[in-house]
Design a protein around this ligand. Structure first.
Ligand code: NI
Length: 225
């Protein structure tokens, strides 16, 4: 499932993030890439252990924890501390799959869901689309600053070359309580329908209660915690 989540950060927050990041150090993005993807990757990143990355990352994690769409779609067990990258003119990231296992300090976890939070408005650069492949073909994604795209970490994807300007973003992964993208998608669609029905009919209606029970029992069957 590809899911566009709007307004994870407000315009004021984006502006503050941009100021802080502009004053930060940037290093070659190959530091977080696996062997295959290092060959494909041409961008810059804020060092993982930079205090500014930790501080801004915490703000993102707080916003995501309060975002019902993110929680319902990702069913996060653990979220990797957000990282920050930029692609200047001529930079790109060719087709690759993200590493399956990552370390956050001593914690090892599986990447099930990938996320990109855009920090530059689309008018300010050309190229730089995130292109995600699935069984329906290729999807080119370029969102307003403050918006986030969620996609299965198992997907082949790339960042198209920048032909004008600079594209700044935060990116991170989550280990989900439900490993399978197919099962997560079913749960997300069911949960969304239950929320809509509940708003129309009321939470206590027997059909809503029955569907909510089915949702929780599917989650019980499919989750690993
Ligand atoms: Ni990637």
């Amino acid at each position: 499932m590809l899911l566009h989540i709007e307004g994870v950060l407000t315009p004021d927050q984006v502006a503050r993030f941009r100021d802080r990041l502009a004053a930060s150090d940037w290093v070659d993005g190959k530091v977080t890439a696996g062997e295959q993807s290092a060959m494909a990757k041409r961008n810059l990143q804020v060092p993982e252990d930079a205090p500014v990355a930790r501080e801004l990352g915490e703000i993102i994690l707080g916003a995501l924890g309060r975002n019902p769409q993110f929680v319902s779609a990702a069913l996060p067990l653990r979220v990797f501390p957000p990282l920050f990258n930029r692609y200047d003119e001529g930079m790109a990231f060719d087709t690759h799959v993200d590493n399956a296992i990552r370390f956050a300090g001593p914690v090892r976890f599986r990447t099930d869901v990938s996320a990109t939070l855009f920090l530059t408005d689309p008018d300010d650069y050309d190229g730089g689309e995130l292109v995600v492949e699935d069984s329906f073909g290729e999807h080119a994604v370029k969102l307003p600053a403050g918006d986030l795209i969620l996609y299965p970490a198992s997907s082949l994807h790339r960042v198209a070359p920048i032909t004008r300007g600079s594209r700044w973003a935060s990116f991170f992964w989550a280990q989900s309580m439900v490993r399978s993208d197919e099962q997560r998608t079913l749960l997300f669609n069911l949960d969304s329908a239950i929320q809509d029905l509940s708003a129309r009919l009321g939470q206590g209606e027997p059909e809503v209660v029955s569907l909510a029970g089915t949702y929780h029992n599917l989650l019980r069957m499919w989750s690993q915690v």
